[in-house]
Structure formats: structure tokens, C-alpha cells
Design a protein around this ligand. Sequence first.
Ligand code: UDP
Length: 254
Amino acid sequence: MAKSQVMITDTFIDNLSREALLKKVFEKVEEHRKSVFIVTANPEIVMTARKSSLYRESLLKADFIIPDGYGIMLASKVLKQPLEEKIVGYELLHTFLKYASKKEKSVYFFGARKGIADLAARNAIELYPNIKIAGIRDGYSGHGDHIAEEIANTNPDFVFIGLGVPLQEQWAAKYKYLFEASVLMGVGGSFDVLSGTVKRAPQIWLKYNLEWLYRLLTQPTRGKRMVQLPVFMVTVFKQKWLNSNKKPKQRRIF
Ligand code: UDP
């Protein structure tokens, strides 16, 4: 029987289909009783969790950690515990926006450079006309207690946090308690893409799992961060060969 969570280095990744995830999340949104914190994990997130205990603890507060991309899927295959389905964060953001429009739910866009989240929200409204914008805030004019309270006071159904790794997950973990019934999800540079400022890789690159190469060619400054990719794979092979039984102290239960 497939495991419900697969441990990739130090991080438990949830093994569920996209459909099962959406069912669980939408149920919570409709019940309006509990907040849901989703992490879209990629190799950078897993490697950051290895290095930083603060970040590792933040991930333990997540309700779902889903495999965002080929790197995590490949790692699960190497470990002979293949995860069911890749769930791409940027696509999940669109699914949530579509749902929010259909159900007239509210969304908060938090992050990116000044003006970018506004542009992203404008484009989101064009694509999904019935979404309610609870608020918009850039990611460089503070993210402390006051700002978190201000955001929580707008009672958003969805809070998309585009502050990058590790800040966005640390922020969601720290302030989740302020949100009565919101879906909180780190979206990295998604506002840059949704605003039209940064281009996403064309479909053919995505099809062949080459988004990382496209990003490297179009944003060469990311090179330093991408060094983590081969290091991640080496770490996964080490885990396989050493058959490490090391587990984090807590397992997340939704
Ligand atoms: N960012 C922010 N505040 C900060 C640091 C970063 O709002 O203090 C934003 C940044 O402008 C960008 C996003 O966080 O929009 C991170 O994007 P990146 O492309 O690094 O994330 P990825 O999509 O690779 O996870």
C-alpha cells in the first residue's frame, strides 16, 4: 500500500492526488472552521529545511506539503516510494482563484515588489471576474505582527504569500493562529508571473520538466540557488544508500 507521506531527506511530503487535495481543502473552506496551511515543496524548500531548524519547525505546522515539481517526484522514485501526483504551485494558485471566483470567495495578495501584486490582482480579476480582493500588500514594506493582524482582519478565504523561501512559510507558520478560517499558501514568485513581469516557461519546456533550465537561461542570477538541485539529488541518493531511518520528531496530521 502506498504511504500517506513520503520522507524526502528531512521533510514529509503528502502523497495524495490533486483531486483529493482539492476536496479536502474546499471542504475546510466551506466549513469555515479552520485555517489550512499549504506548502508547495520543491528541492529548494527541502534543502532549506535541512539547514534551518526554524524553517523545519515552520514546515511541521503545515497541513499539507505537496510535491511541486519534477525534482521531488524524481526523488520519491529514487527512494522507491513514488508519490502519486505532481501538484504544481502556480497551477494550484489558478485553481484556487477559479474556485474563489465561482464561489465568490475573497483573496489576499501579499508579497512581491511594490505594484506587482496590484498588477497580478488586476490580471486575476480579468481571468476570474467574481473573486473578491480582500487586500493587496507588497512584500518589502514589513511583515511583522501589525501587518499580519491587518491582513487577518480582512478575513480572507485565501492568503497567497509571495515572499519567497524561507520567509513565506515562516510567516504562515508564525501567524496562522491569527487566521480564523483561511487557506494560507506560499506562492514564491507567482505574482511576478501573474502580473506579466516575468514569463513562465513555455508549455514544451514544462512538458519535459525543463522549467528550471528555462528560468536559469532567462534569469541567470538564479544560478547560485540552482546549485542546490544537484546537491539535493546527491542527498537523496545518500538517503537511499544509507537507508537512513532518521525521522523528524513530529509527523504532521491533518
Ligand atoms: N519577496 C518579497 N519580499 C522579500 C523577499 C522576496 O516580497 O522580502 C518576493 C520577490 O519579490 C519575489 C518572491 O518573493 O516576488 C520570490 O520569488 P522567487 O522567484 O525567488 O520564488 P520562487 O518562485 O523561485 O519560489
